[in-house]
Design a protein around this ligand. Structure first.
Ligand code: KG4
Ligand code: ZN
Length: 339
């Protein structure tokens, strides 16, 4: 019998649903919430309201796109943690109600684990395109920066993480300092393509072990821009491409230096990226080059599976279904990232 899982993601500002059958993704629907760009960041209350509006049509479309009736769904998987509480609650309540009314299992999924497992999407048909276990994953998003050792879909260990800002925040906050709108990460990427990355030098923090810190870099960029603007009020607009390229260069080198260290320490040479910042062209290029130089096998999920999506939730749900790892309807959501 085929196993069909409906996945629901609502941890931040994307309402998403997907259907996974026997490990293959049949549909992947995402409703983004543009309203937040007006406020320079995600407004939690507005995010919850938008989830409420979006969740029914998004789930309908996911089922339709997968040509799957509700009666064919074997379990409902949803993002249980981490995220914005109000946002998580909408997806969780929807998933619980559906599982209860259909009398099928409920599966709680950890958002960060599912980002890592996004690297396995497509592996059923093309096993050579996905990493074999164990693999290392650098997960870089707006809320998280982690290096994870993944031994199996259910066994993962965080061996390094940020002590302050996430990599996506480092991009977004730097962009804000330059007067760019939210989210600024993709804009820095865009302008950096035309810039000289060697023009300005920003400091690399000296953090022991495999952990990251981006707050010092943010402060250095703040003072740099303030000083230069005092001399030339148009400094940012006149040098935008070079500033973006130089900032991107430093964020990428901070990430990859730790990833190299993690690979050397663990001896693992299957290495993956995950999360929204994996969209960054500078990171993708340097990651692939580093892999060539060090004999890694490198993997990056398709773009639609790097940013927040429900395909990764449905696939994680599928693995948990095989393990019979179900949750009671009483399970609570959690804003915190603890595994
Ligand atoms: O994984 P994601 O979609 O949502 C979270 O779970 O946070 O990641 C969003 C983050 C934002 O900080 C955004 O600016 C960043 O990913 N991002 C990028 C790029 N595309 C998205 N950062 C740098 N370059 C990009 N091309
Ligand atoms: Zn995410």
């Amino acid at each position: 019998m085929a196993i069909s899982i409906l996945g629901i993601e609502s941890s931040c500002d994307e309402t998403a649903a997907a259907v996974c059958r026997d490990g293959n993704i049949l549909s992947n629907i995402i409703a983004s919430q543009d309203i937040h760009s007006r406020y320079g960041g995600v407004v939690p209350e507005l995010a919850s309201r938008a989830h409420l509006q979006n969740i029914f049509p998004v789930v309908d479309q996911a089922l339709l796109g997968a040509d799957t009736a509700l009666s064919e769904i074997n379990a409902v998987a949803f993002t249980q943690a981490p995220g914005l509480i109000g946002s998580l609650l909408v997806g969780a309540q929807f998933a619980k109600s559906l599982a209860f009314s259909l009398n099928i299992p409920l599966i709680a999924v950890h958002h960060m684990q599912s980002h890592v497992l996004a690297n396995l999407i497509g592996g059923k048909d093309n096993p050579e395109t996905v990493p074999s276990f164990p693999f290392l994953c650098l997960t870089v998003s707006g809320g998280h920066t982690q290096i994870v050792v993944c031994e199996s879909p259910e066994r993962m260990e965080v061996i390094g993480e940020t002590m302050d800002d996430a990599a996506g925040e480092a991009f977004d906050k730097s962009a804000k300092l330059m007067g760019l709108p939210y989210p600024g990460g993709p804009l820095i990427d865009h302008y950096a393509a035309e810039g000289n990355a060697a023009r300005f030098k920003f400091p690399e923090p000296q953090i022991p072990g495999l952990n990251f810190s981006f707050s010092g870099l943010k402060t250095a960029i703040l003072y740099f821009i303030q000083n230069e603007k005092a001399k030339d009020p148009d400094f940012v607009s006149n040098n935008l491409a070079d500033i973006c390229a130089s900032i991107q260069e430093r964020i990428v080198s901070i990430l990859l230096n730790k990833l190299k260290k993690a690979s050397a320490q663990t001896g693992i040479k299957n290495v993956c990226l995950a999360g929204g910042v994996a969209a960054n062209k500078g990171l993708r290029k340097k990651f692939t080059e580093t892999g060539w130089n060090l004999g890694w096998k490198t993997f990056i999920p398709k773009m639609e599976y790097c940013t927040d999506n429900a395909a990764m939730i449905a696939l994680t749900g599928y693995y948990k279904y095989l393990d019979q790892s179900f949750s009671p309807l009483s399970i609570a959501v959690s804003a915190r990232a603890g595994w």
